[in-house]
Design a protein around this ligand. Structure first.
Ligand code: HEC
Ligand code: HEC
Length: 629
């Protein structure tokens, strides 16, 4: 063994090198406050190793980036672990950088002759931030896609060269394939390469001047090995433990739905350590000054003060100023971060957007994975983004929110879980969210047995929202009166006492079952089951055990039972109930609710035959009737 070492030493000078590295003198003894530099090196090493593993599976293109990250997260052996470690050690690195900077400033380690090394450190910090910024886009998910656009917009706001800079980073005027390849080249090539070069310089210059000891009499002098190495190792283990815990807790790192340029994403936020800037840019007075002020000039000025610290610190009061300045800056950053989190937590739109984003992400997995976990569609060649676009469960709510929520509600919300509100500006300039009243029925239960039962037994109540439609004199609009005071409303009110009789309970259930079976929804009874058969009798004859109908359903409604060609009743006062609540009825109705088969001339609901494409109509209707897996 010794011979081998001697052989190596003879040829490389290994022993001297090791000695220099390990037996560096530390006056004042080993201290915990010196560990930050080592922990930073350690996290960077984790980044490099996990980064290389990620690289083996990552594929940068707009149709494969998300897909390959999905593979890493859900299919690659320990892929989630590698990805999580990479993600959370990036966060850890930012925290450690801040701590390292604070220790350096507090201990006065930036002072002459160490100015250059301090500046090298500031450059290192910029590179690390650049690494996390570029990394955020690489999964090409909604979150990274929309958050990174804010960063490139900021680039574009740079004076003079802004637009060119933005073009260069994006690889064109808009986001696309080349944005990804460029960001990846930066993230995995240019930036880490530069970082390593600067780390070498940083450490070399550091070695030249040695450690800055605030109080050399603290303890007897020692050497790096073993005292300080032990402390450093313990600190690194603590960092690793934290990062591992976070990774296991989150089972890797979050992957939102694939980036969709056609679908704005209001839940987009930058990584948490940029939240302070995000929050700062949201202040009205900052917004008023323009993006360049808040995102370039001001942070630039702060960086300039940081860079000037070695010069300011030549005087005693200068050092005190530096320490105070850094402290105030940190408190400011933490305060702004807290404010950003607080604002988001109190913003119902943001909460709903996050919830929808999570649902999308879970939905993607269940579309892709094979049964029993999911539907087993897999990922098509054109990329995963097409899956969500063709999914009724994902698109239905969005279509409803855009097209129907101006009048209808869905279980009280707009379909996607958001309250329907308008923002009113009050006299003192503050804005207030005011709940908008619905002007048509809540369709959350439309076509279900509950809905049908409510229409029959309490028609006026079911359509009560129509009373919110007012004419120009402030009275209930004529178009609403037909629902509130029309034939069916009167019929429903005058027959309400029948349904309170115990003997008629079964009859009502049967009648509802009959109509429900005609909708042919999932979970609806078959048309030849006993209950629908009995219900059909009631529908046609109006005969119930106690008290008869004054007029029967077929007097006003027509209905062609599923699978038959004879029409029950005839086209009359009420809408056709053929396949009522089902796919066919709903599609035809939405295309033209004013058709004489439906509401006829008094109709107040817009026709969607032209407003929506066949595809959109299909997605919306399938969502409403629950026709999806
Ligand atoms: C301009 C307002 C308005 C919009 C927008 C609108 N509707 Fe309606 N809709 C009505 C009115 C009014 C009625 C009749 C009474 C009612 O339902 O409250 C109606 C009736 C219906 C009905 C029949 C069931 C019922 O409640 O009588 C369905 C189903 C329906 N709408 C679905 C939709 C869907 C789906 C959309 C979006 C694609 C939509 N509506 C958009 C106003 C609107
Ligand atoms: C006197 C005529 C009349 C009778 C009898 C009648 N309806 Fe209606 N019904 C209407 C009218 C008219 C409407 C449409 C709303 C309006 O214009 O007031 C309607 C609406 C409906 C709707 C809601 C359609 C929609 O917009 O979603 C259903 C369901 C319904 N009726 C079922 C029945 C059933 C079941 C019976 C028998 C138990 C029945 N109706 C008896 C006239 C009648």
């Amino acid at each position: 063994m010794n011979a081998l070492i001697n052989w190596l030493d003879n040829r490389t000078g290994l022993k001297k090198l090791m000695h220099e590295a390990l037996y560096e003198n530390i006056p004042g003894g080993a201290r915990w406050r010196y560990v930050w530099g080592s922990t930073l090196m350690f996290t960077f090493t984790i980044q490099v190793i996990t980064g290389l593993f990620l690289w083996t599976a990552y594929s940068p293109s707009t149709t494969t980036a998300w897909e390959s990250v999905y593979y890493i997260q859900h299919h690659m052996q320990f892929g989630w672990l590698v990805r999580g470690l990479h993600h959370f050690s990036a966060s850890a690195m930012t925290v450690l950088l801040a701590l390292h900077l604070m220790q350096v400033v507090i201990d006065g380690a930036y002072k002459a002759p160490r100015e250059i090394n301090f500046w090298l450190g500031l450059i290192l910090m910029q590179i690390v931030l650049g690494l996390s910024l570029t990394g955020y886009l690489l999964p090409w998910d909604q979150k990274g896609y929309y958050a990174t656009q804010v960063s490139t917009e900021i680039m574009g706001a740079t004076p003079v060269v802004g637009p060119q800079l933005q073009n260069l980073a994006q690889g064109g005027p808009q986001y696309g394939h080349h944005t990804l390849t460029r960001f990846f080249a930066m993230h995995a090539g240019v930036l880490p390469g530069t970082l390593i070069a600067f780390i070498v310089l940083h450490i070399a210059v550091f070695r030249r001047h040695g450690i800055t000891v605030p109080d050399p009499d603290h303890a007897p002098a020692t050497t790096f090995w073993p005292d300080q190495v032990l402390k450093d190792a313990i600190a690194c283990l603590a960092v690793l433990g934290t990062v591992l815990t976070l990774t296991i807790w989150h089972h890797g790192a979050e992957l939102a739905a694939p980036a969709d340029p056609s679908e704005a994403y209001s839940a987009a936020r930058p990584e948490w350590y940029f939240l302070f800037l995000f929050q700062f840019l949201r202040f009205e007075w900052v917004e008023h000054q323009g993006l360049a002020f808040g995102a370039i000039y001001l942070p630039g000025a702060l960086m300039a003060i940081l860079a000037a610290m070695p010069i300011i610190g030549r005087w005693k009061v200068g050092h005190a100023f530096n320490v105070t300045f850094l402290f105030v800056m940190m408190v400011g950053i933490i305060g702004l971060t807290g404010l950003a989190l607080k604002n988001d937590a109190a913003d119902p739109d943001f909460i709903a957007a996050v919830k929808q984003a999570q649902e999308d992400s879970i939905r993607m997995k269940s579309i892709i994975e094979p049964p029993p976990e999911g539907i087993g569609t897999g990922i098509p060649l054109e990329g995963a983004v097409s899956l969500l676009r063709a999914d009724p469960k994902a698109q239905g709510p969005r279509l409803f929110a855009r097209n129907c929520a101006p009048c209808h509600r869905y279980d009280g919300h707009d379909g996607t879980g958001r309250e329907v509100v308008k923002i009113e500006k009050k006299k003192d300039g503050t804005k207030e969210r005011v709940k908008e009243n619905a002007t048509a029925a809540d369709l959350g239960k439309f076509g279900s047995t509950e809905w049908i039962k409510a229409v029959i037994t309490d028609f006026k109540g079911t359509f009560s929202a129509l009373a919110n439609v007012k004419d120009k004199d402030g009275n209930v609009a004529e178009s609403s009166k037909r629902f509130l005071e029309g034939d069916m409303s009167i019929w429903s009110a005058s027959h309400a006492q029948h349904w309170r009789v115990k003997e008629n309970e079964q009859a009502l259930t049967d009648l509802v079952a009959f109509l429900h079976s005609q909708g042919q929804r999932k979970g609806a009874p078959g048309i030849s089951d006993e209950a629908p058969k009995r219900g059909r009798q009631i529908f046609e004859t109006g005969k119930i055990p106690v008290g008869d109908f004054e007029s029967k359903c077929t007097d006003c409604h027509s209905l062609q039972p599923i699978g038959e060609d004879k029409l029950l009743g005839e086209v009359g006062a009420g809408p056709s109930l053929t396949n009522y609540g089902g796919k066919i009825w709903l599609t035809e109705f939405l295309k033209n609710p004013g058709h004489e088969k439906f509401y006829g001339s008094g109709n107040a609901m817009p026709a969607f035959g032209e407003r929506l494409t066949e595809k959109e109509l299909d997605l919306l209707v399938r969502w409403m009737v629950g026709d999806f897996e």
